[in-house]
Ligand binder design. Structure first.
Ligand code: 13P
Ligand code: SF4
Length: 332
């Protein structure tokens, strides 16, 4: 039977502690630009980062696009503004480059809820299964997997496996979405979830839909079925931005982390973007507390000090690389 999900130590909505740096915002930006050049560094950022970080990054993307960017960069230093498993993936692909992060404690409830030793024992119940792991997992879990996927290619990858028996980990909501889309009701699933996407409330979403009858709901597949059943379009962060551009709706209710609204609003300045509501009106639960640990000050410090760095033991790295490469090959 499935292991229960372990809840992360950081509570949703908790403010990110930031060191004080004696520089004005303009000086900070100038220093980051100067250090980036001096270090021959590339700054990669996820759509859930603070808007100031997104605006300074060389490349902003979803998990797949960021892995692809990390796989082909010729920079000496990769500065990864996202969460730990993303930076770890960049390190697995670039063992000889320094991969630095603004905050080493920027984790992820999905990765933290699937500890490798427990996962390994759980897998013993499913001999002969192909292990498909969502990229939101640790390097050690990747090393136990046959192929990695992201939210933008999970359905394609599961379909590409034909009629092989499959274990899907660690997100049960993405897993349920994939099972439906790929017509694989037999997928064996680890029961993990994202604390951000789990908090969206179907009751409050319906109230919002009544107040905005013209609005289309768009959602990330980490959302639970109560949200997905109302969605006109379900996709990764970049897929949601692309859809916002091409759809005719003038109002969109967006069910994913609110950081995405920065880039999305830029792309569709004339559309009304409404963040999907969490159950608790008073919390900012649609902000990922892990992603939001990164700040401009910490970005400056990690470029200045080339620390903290993300490292992966070589034996783990080699085993984790194969399923990541398999994903990259299947994604072209
Ligand atoms: P994307 O791959 O869609 O960017 O999602 C990453 C993530 O962590 C969503 O919570
Ligand atoms: Fe992990 Fe959820 Fe944060 Fe994405 S939004 S990094 S899945 S905790």
């Amino acid at each position: 039977m499935s292991e229960p999900t372990k809840l992360p130590v950081v509570a949703a909505g908790q403010p990110a502690p930031s060191p004080s740096v004696d520089l004005s915002p303009d000086e900070l930006e100038r220093e980051i630009a100067r250090l980036r050049k001096e270090r021959n560094a590339v700054i990669l950022a996820h759509y859930y980062q603070e808007s100031e970080i997104q605006d300074l990054a060389d490349f902003v993307g979803d998990s797949l696009q960021l892995s692809q960017a990390a796989a082909k960069t010729d920079a000496d230093v990769i500065v990864f503004c996202g969460v730990h498993f993303m930076a770890e993936t960049a390190k697995i692909l670039n063992p000889h480059k320094a991969v630095v992060v603004p905050d080493l404690d920027a984790g992820c409830s999905l990765a933290d809820g699937c500890p490798a030793p427990v996962f390994q024992r759980w897998l013993e119940q499913f001999p002969g299964h192909t292990v498909v792991s969502y990229i939101n997992c640790s390097a050690e879990v990747k090393a136990l997997s046959d192929v990695i996927c992201t939210s933008s290619n999970a359905v394609k990858i599961v379909k590409a496996l034909g009629d092989q028996k499959i274990v899907f980990a660690p997100d049960r909501h993405l897993g349920a979405f994939v099972a439906k889309e790929a017509n694989r009701p037999d997928l064996v699933m680890w029961q993990g979830a994202c604390i951000v996407h789990e908090t969206f409330s179907e009751r409050r979403l319906i109230e919002l839909m009544v107040r905005h009858p013209e609005a289309e709901v768009i959602a990330h597949p980490e959302c639970h079925e109560g949200i997905l059943r109302h969605a006109k379009h379900v996709a990764s962060t970049s897929g949601l931005i692309t859809y916002a551009k091409r759809c005719e709706a003038k109002e969109l209710i967006v069910a994913t982390e609110s950081g995405i609204l920065h880039k999305m609003q830029r792309e569709v300045p004339d559309k009304l973007l409404i963040p999907a509501p969490p159950e608790d009106e008073s919390c900012s639960c649609n902000e990922c507390p892990f992603m939001r640990r990164n700040t401009l000050e910490k970005l400056y410090l990690c470029l200045r000090d080339l620390a903290p760095q993300v490292d992966v033991p070589e034996a783990v790295r080699v085993r984790a690389l194969a399923p990541i490469q398999r994903m990259l090959e299947l994604s072209v």
